[in-house]
Design a protein around this ligand. Structure first.
Ligand SMILES: Cc1cc2nc3c(=O)[nH]c(=O)nc-3n(C[C@H](O)[C@H](O)[C@H](O)COP(=O)(O)OP(=O)(O)OC[C@H]3O[C@@H](n4cnc5c(N)ncnc54)[C@H](O)[C@@H]3O)c2cc1C
Length: 362
């Protein structure tokens, strides 16, 4: 079976990997270089932020993916020589008002969640200046370093025999009855048995001539990278919509903004100032370190953050794996497995209904 995957972000490349490992032939068509959009820009936290705020459909994908990540990261490092820097740094959430919901979520999903007082928070993170008296500590939460993860995935797919068509924007489809007969770029038509749209924030635009359309929209997120000495920040810490992610080499990511600015991906000085102030409020020692990088990415938002994973209702050989909003990294392995199962006609491990085009979302 030959499958065209449109978009070489984490959703597209992980879907392609599942299909290649199952023996399928895969062509990936990407508008630019592989893994340079939202999947490159993100924080790489292998957990939804405030997971209890999400529907079971999101938590189920997250839970299955979290189990898959350690082996996946190890395989990528071994197969490609590029270490995606899977690191268990734990997640400390400063949201005392949400303790009850958090505890009940942790029981449902059998997650190790501990309630910490100020002294206990200080014990695990000495440089934190917590604005609240209590914290929720998830010691099992890990992270990956996005650019490295994307590079490793790209190389893994090349090793597995994927055919990458880079710097080739898909411009549309040709239809024959209830089938997509060709995927069009500026200079060529590509043919395959099945097509999967994995174009992130651009997925709805890509499917503009089909009905129904997924409700996927871009939401800009800006990030700062502090060039910090190792040990300055040790934990992923979440306060309101802001968080730190300490990388393996000591650098500290600070994110992020949530901005409805359409497809405009530019960074702004206001956001840099706001993020910088929030960062030093939480970790005063960060004031001593320079900002090495400031960037933005476009998250593919969907109602309730429930991704679209499944077969299009109008076209039999058209599938989608997109709309993971703030959780595309953590949800990637299980989402890829689900879409691959559906494309290959295998029995699915999880019920695909909540992710369908016509599923009711919040
Ligand atoms: C600031 C920020 C922080 C984040 N932090 C986290 C986090 O900590 N944990 C987490 O799980 N998630 C996080 N996310 C969300 C996560 O990054 C996204 O949900 C995920 O990357 C989406 O992956 P994707 O492959 O669907 O989309 P993308 O990575 O955007 O990939 C889509 C690809 O499709 C291509 N494409 C678009 N149009 C066309 C076309 N016409 N033809 C060909 N190719 C096309 C694009 O060029 C792109 O490469 C964050 C996102 C941002 C922006």
């Amino acid at each position: 079976m030959h499958i065209i995957v449109i978009g070489a972000g984490i959703s597209g490349m992980m879907s392609a990997r599942e299909l290649l490992l199952a023996g399928a032939q895969v062509t990936i068509i990407e508008r630019q270089q592989a893994g340079r959009e939202s999947s490159w820009a993100g924080g790489g936290i292998i957990s939804p932020l405030y997971p209890w705020r999400y529907a079971d459909a999101v938590n189920l994908l997250a839970s299955n993916s979290q189990k898959a990540y350690p082996a996946l990261a190890a395989q990528l490092a071994e197969n490609t020589g590029i270490d995606p820097e899977y690191l268990n740094s734990g997640l400390l959430i400063l949201a005392p008002d949400e303790t009850r919901a958090a505890v009940s979520w942790a029981q449902q999903w059998q997650v190790d969640l501990q309630q910490l007082d100020r002294q206990q928070m200080h014990d695990i993170e000495t440089t934190l200046k917590s604005p609240v008296e209590e914290g929720l500590w998830l010691p099992q939460v890990a992270q990956v370093r996005n650019p490295r993860f994307m590079k490793a995935l790209h190389k893994e797919l090349e090793n597995l025999g994927a055919n990458f068509i880079l710097e080739s924007p898909v411009t549309g489809f040709e239809h024959k009855g209830a089938n997509i007969s060709a995927v069009k770029t500026a200079d060529r038509h590509y043919f395959a048995d099945n097509v999967i749209v994995c174009s992130g924030a651009w997925a709805a635009e890509m499917l503009r001539d089909t009905m129904p359309q997924p409700k996927i929209e871009p939401v800009r997120g800006q990030m700062l990278l502090f060039k910090t000495k190792p040990g300055t920040v040790k934990r992923i810490t979440l306060w309101d919509s802001h968080y730190t992610v300490p990388r393996k080499d000591g650098r500290v990511l600070f994110g992020s903004t949530i901005e409805h600015t359409g497809f405009i991906k530019e960074t702004t000085r206001e956001a840099a100032e706001l993020l910088h102030q929030c960062a030093i409020d939480l970790y005063p020692r960060l004031v001593d370190y320079p900002i090495e990088h400031h960037w933005a990415g476009l998250r593919p938002s969907s109602p309730g953050g429930v991704p679209y994973i499944g077969r299009h209702t109008e076209y039999e050989n058209l599938f989608i794996n997109a709309g993971h909003y703030r959780n595309g990294v953590v949800l990637a392995p299980a989402s890829a497995k689900l879409v691959a199962d559906l494309v290959l006609g295998r029995e699915t491990e999880i019920d695909p209904a909540p992710y369908g085009f016509d599923a009711v979302r919040d």
